[in-house]
Write a protein that binds this ligand. Structure first.
Ligand SMILES: NC(=O)c1ccc[n+]([C@@H]2O[C@H](COP(=O)([O-])OP(=O)(O)OC[C@H]3O[C@@H](n4cnc5c(N)ncnc54)[C@H](OP(=O)(O)O)[C@@H]3O)[C@@H](O)[C@H]2O)c1
Length: 81
């Protein structure tokens, strides 16, 4: 099976980004995995994402430059904060 492309999601611990992250995760044949960027991987919301087998990554200050780096590495991204 082809390796999944990763979509980096800023705001995955929130309502909007969380909905996107769950939708991608539920679509097992979609060909995408989620990397959830959060300022606090110890929050309840981040722990719930990690429990669902999402890759939760800490970004203390996900500014534009950081997001651009993630985009260059992951090819796709979503930010709604
Ligand atoms: N909910 C709606 O129905 C709705 C509808 C239309 C538009 N919107 C807009 O969509 C945006 C998100 O809404 P939401 O309801 O999903 O908000 P939310 O549930 O409060 O979630 C906010 C998210 O943004 C992240 N975040 C907050 N400040 C950040 C910062 N400085 N840098 C990086 N990440 C930051 C938080 O991540 P961490 O705390 O984990 O880092 C969290 O995942 C808002 O601008 C809102 O006005 C919402």
């Amino acid at each position: 099976m082809a390796e999944k492309k990763v979509i980096a999601v800023v705001g995955a611990t929130g309502a909007q980004g969380g909905g996107l992250a769950r939708a991608i995760l539920t679509d097992a044949d979609g060909g995408f995995a989620v990397r959830a960027l959060t300022r606090n991987p110890d929050s309840d919301a981040a722990r719930k994402l990690a429990a669902r087998d999402l890759d939760v990554v800490r970004e203390l200050n996900p500014r534009l430059q950081t997001f651009q780096r993630w985009l260059s590495e992951n090819k796709d991204g979503f930010a709604n904060v």
